[in-house]
Write a protein that binds this ligand. Structure first.
Ligand SMILES: Nc1nc2c(c(=O)[nH]1)N[C@H]1C(S)=C(S)[C@@H](COP(=O)(O)O)O[C@H]1N2
Ligand SMILES: [Mo]
Length: 319
């Protein structure tokens, strides 16, 4: 996320783009863990998957309704290019993110619902059938990727807890634990990371509570053990490592909106015709291939979601 950058982070040398304090901090971190390990960025993924108590759930059944018109981003690329500010404000956080402890992982689902539940992730993940969907992901920084997510529709969870009619929004919250997430010591950000959707958006078929990727349990840097994928909105809406889901009457204020409301709004629907205040959103750089392609309205998911916004003020919907 480019709050501190004047241009997309990939467009300029990071030394120039990052305030000195952050850059120095980064050098310290890199020195501490050894430059070789950092630049290799390789993880013993197979080992992780085998010791994971949910490994038996993968591969999850493909849902052929969600396919792509472009090739999948290779796993090694995706798994080493992430936005996860709890582990640093740059993309190479894969090693740092291994500090995330994903067990025990309790999730609290409550607020204005008839059937609140607080349960362990391992219990939640077995309540709903998992499926695999190929999704696009468009970061507000104008890069994009494609990924085989596995998980279950958010809609199924919303139905299970039975929201009251007073509930208008769903609010998501990431863990708060600076001991396992050094980035949360960065006082520039109002931790924990928060995001939100309207109930109607949450009831749409597309938002997926993601528990796996590339046919195995979610790697830590992707936001293990459970994160959201909202493919028609800019990537920052797809909150990682969720601990709490609340049904609320007031519109939640996300972490990015709290910091910079003139640049990162609640709706954040992808629209190539509405530029970010500091750069165009007309095109995107495809991860791995480096190709520059036109960005699509609602990131290509208009058929599924355009009706949600009929009659609403377009001045706010795309920010
Ligand atoms: N908790 C949390 N969730 C987050 C972020 C973050 O920094 N912290 N970054 C967001 C942004 S800007 C993007 S583009 C995606 C990146 O997901 P990926 O690393 O799996 O590609 O996660 C989103 N979810
Ligand atoms: Mo992003």
């Amino acid at each position: 996320m480019p709050f501190i950058h004047r241009r997309p982070a990939w467009a300029i040398d990071e030394k120039l783009a990052t305030p000195e304090a952050v850059f120095l901090n980064r050098r310290t971190i890199l020195a501490g863990m050894g430059i070789a390990a950092a630049s290799a960025g390789l993880l013993p993924r197979k080992v992780l998957a085998e010791s994971d108590p949910t490994a038996d759930l993968y591969p999850a059944k493909p849902n052929d309704a969600y396919r792509l018109d472009r090739s999948l981003t290779p796993e090694e690329i995706n798994a080493n290019y992430n936005n996860f500010y709890e582990y640093g404000t740059y993309k190479e956080i894969a090693q740092e993110a291994q500090q995330l402890k994903t067990r025990p992982w309790q999730i609290e689902i409550g607020g204005m619902v008839a059937k609140p539940m607080t349960l362990e992730f391992d219990e939640l993940v077995r309540k709903f059938p998992l499926e695999t969907r190929l999704y696009r992901h468009r970061c507000v920084e104008a890069w994009s990727m494609t990924i085989p997510w596995s998980g279950f529709p958010l809609k199924s969870l919303v139905e299970a807890v039975e929201p009251q009619s007073s509930a208008k929004f769903v609010r998501f919250e990431t863990f708060l634990d600076p001991d396992m997430a050094p980035g949360q010591n960065n006082f520039l950000y109002p931790w924990p990371y928060v995001e939100g959707l309207t109930i109607a958006e949450a009831m749409n078929e597309l938002p997926l509570l993601v528990t796996g990727a590339y046919d195995k349990p979610l790697a830590k840097q992707f936001g293990a053990p459970i994160r959201l994928a909202v493919p028609w909105k800019y990537g920052f809406k797809s909150i990682k490592s969720i601990r709490k889901i609340s049904f609320v009457a007031e519109r939640p204020v996300g972490l990015w909106e709290a910091i910079q409301p003139s640049e990162y709004g609640f709706w954040a629907n992808v629209n190539p015709q509405v530029p970010h205040p500091r750069w165009s959103q007309a095109q995107e750089r495809v991860l791995h291939t480096g190709e520059i392609v036109p960005t699509l309205l609602f990131n290509g998911y208009g058929e599924q979601v355009a009706h949600l916004y009929k009659g609403m003020d377009p001045a706010t919907l795309y920010m």
